[in-house]
Ligand binder design. Structure first.
Ligand SMILES: [Zn+2]
Length: 179
């Protein structure tokens, strides 16, 4: 079923290989010239799929770009956005090697530990940037969170712990209840 889905996805993606004309904006205000199509393999939730993308080159910047890859969120060697979500969830919950194993066991998808690590950390950095930006906006008053009418100027945080995981050696000379 996964292979069938991957094959359908591949054909669907190939309906629009991303040709956007002989010249496209390179992203820095220059015109990049269409050079041809590039093939690559993208890891998705349906397994690896071949992706054909129009490739343009900007002579002024000296770099190439595939606008379609940017639209799909699969620039460089990145997994598809759907697979990235799965990898980020695993990578945030357990060691990367374990995440790689769980991905194979639960979804039949095979990525190297290094790719699980890179993808998780890249998305972790994106999440951190969003949270920091939101915190800045809230603190500057640019964004008012729904809730109290007045911005909260001081927050108190309390931790109520009732148990600490221990091993017997930790509690040899300790009296009292061990949780
Ligand atoms: Zn350029």
């Amino acid at each position: 079923m996964q292979r069938l889905g991957g094959s359908l996805l591949e054909q669907l993606l190939d309906l629009d290989p991303g040709y956007r004309g002989p010249q496209v904006d390179c992203g820095s205000g220059h015109e990049a010239a269409f050079c041809g199509y590039r093939q690559k393999i993208v890891d998705t939730v349906l397994g690896p799929v071949h992706l054909r993308s129009a490739y343009s080159h900007c002579p002024e910047c000296g770099h190439g770009l595939c606008p379609r890859d940017q639209e799909l969120g699969v620039t460089d060697n990145s997994p598809s956005p759907g697979l990235r979500r799965m990898v980020a969830r695993l990578g945030s919950q357990e060691p990367f090697a374990q995440g790689q194993w769980d991905l194979a066991e639960l979804a039949g998808l095979h990525l190297t530990t290094k790719r699980v690590e890179r993808s998780s950390e890249a998305d972790g950095e994106r999440v951190r940037a969003v949270i920091e930006q939101q915190a800045k906006e809230v603190l500057s008053g640019a964004v008012v969170p729904i809730g109290a009418n007045e911005p909260v100027s001081k927050l108190y945080v309390a931790v109520d712990g009732t148990g600490v995981p221990t091993v017997p050696a930790d509690t040899l000379r300790t009296s009292g209840q061990v949780s």
